[in-house]
Every structure is written in C-alpha cells, then in structure tokens.
Design a protein around this ligand. Structure first.
Ligand code: FES
Length: 222
C-alpha cells in the first residue's frame, strides 16, 4: 500500500486562506500539559478503596458528557484535602478538571464554592470559546460534591444556594444558574427555561432573566 507523504494529507486552505496542516494546536501549553498528563484522576481500580466525603456527578446537556468529582475533607480545618475525578468528557474537560483538582487541594470549602469556570480557564491560559462549556462540568460537579459533604455531615444550613442573586424566588434560581445554563449552550431564554425551569414558580423574574441571557451570550459567544 502506498505510504501517505506528509504533503499528501495536508488539509485544504480554509476560508482565511491559511493552509491548515492538522498539526496546529488551538490550545494553550497548559491545556495540552493537563490533557496529556491529567492530575488526580481516580482510576476505576482505585474507586472501591477511595473514601470520599462528598461526591458530585453532573452531565452536560451541551454535549452529553459526564463528570464525577470526589473530595476528601478535613473537618477541623474545613478544607478539601484531596480532589479526584472521572469523566467521559473531551480533552478540554480533562484539562479543566485536572487544573481544578490541583487548585482546590488545601482550599477552604467556602472558597472552593466560589471558584468559577473563568478561574479555571484563566489558570489554563484560556480555552477556545466553543470549549468553555467543558470547563463548567468539573466546577459544577465540585460544588455538588461539597454540598453532598455538607448534607452527609449534617451541615444543612451550609448547602449552597450561593452568594448569588436569587432571580426566581420560588425555585431559588440565581444569576449563577443562568450563567451556567448559557455556558452549557442554552443561548436563548427558551433554552434556559427548558434547562433550569426558571420562571415556572416566579414568572415575574423572566424579564430580568432574559436580559441576563443576552448579557452572557454576548460575553461568552459574542
Ligand atoms: S465536548 Fe463534552 S465535555 Fe467537552
């Protein structure tokens, strides 16, 4: 069989006139490092022995991928002592969660709850716009894991509704929930409603929600 030369599999010129070789990376060196050498993965064979104090599990409606985050907590110091994870997500999800798992080790729980996808993206040196939703998965699963720890340890008053502005006062949906919905690909009010059910209990919140959806769509995809 004829061996393909490097020249023969060059991709056609794109609309910007630049010849794509397929060897280029759109990702920062840190993203590549964390993708090829992910930190703190929990391998299936380790899972039974791992004693998690809190577990968070989320799926991404934007792409169908899933993320599981497990934490161990020092109750005296109220800090995360270990953060491990598993995912069926893409390279960006792997890099984002790997970075996140490093950032939160040793972090106070209250501080970890305030971590945002943007903090993780900044630490990675950026992500392509179309991959931003991938960074939401780990962040969201982490907050679920922390809330799971609060519930298991009887600290119900600490279960997060956040320092965020509550928009739907019945369902307690915050501006942060709207931002996450947009980051996960809901780019219209209708899609955000379908995802969050915002307005179901408090229809008066919808004009404000619509403004926020436009703001975040412009911010992340504009
Ligand atoms: S495309 Fe699904 S996590 Fe990135």
């Amino acid at each position: 069989m004829k061996k393909l030369s490097k020249k023969s599999y060059k991709l056609p010129k794109s609309c910007d006139g630049v010849e794509r070789t397929g060897e280029e990376w759109l990702y920062s060196p840190k993203v590549k490092d964390h993708f090829f050498n992910p930190r703190n993965i929990l391998r299936p064979e380790e899972e039974k022995k791992y004693k998690a104090d809190g577990v968070g599990y989320v799926g991404s409606p934007a792409c169908g991928d899933v993320m599981k985050v497990l934490i161990q907590v020092d109750p005296k110091k109220d800090t995360i002592t270990d953060c491990r994870w598993q995912t069926f997500g893409c390279g960006s999800a792997i890099a984002s969660t790997s970075m996140m798992s490093q950032i939160v080790k040793g972090m106070k729980l209250d501080k970890a709850l305030k971590l945002t996808p943007n903090d993780i993206i900044d630490a990675l040196g950026g992500l392509p716009a179309r991959k931003i939703h991938c960074s939401v998965l780990g962040d969201k699963a982490l907050r679920q894991a922390i809330n799971d720890y609060f519930r298991k340890s009887g600290q119900l008053a600490r279960v997060e509704v956040g320092n965020y502005r509550v928009l739907d006062k019945v369902l307690k949906i915050t501006d942060r929930d709207i931002e996450e919905a947009v980051l996960e690909g809901a780019d219209t009010l209708e899609k955000v409603q379908a995802k969050t059910k915002v307005g179901t209990g408090d229809p008066g919140s919808l004009p404000e929600v619509e403004k926020l959806v436009s703001f975040y769509v412009q911010k992340y995809y504009g």
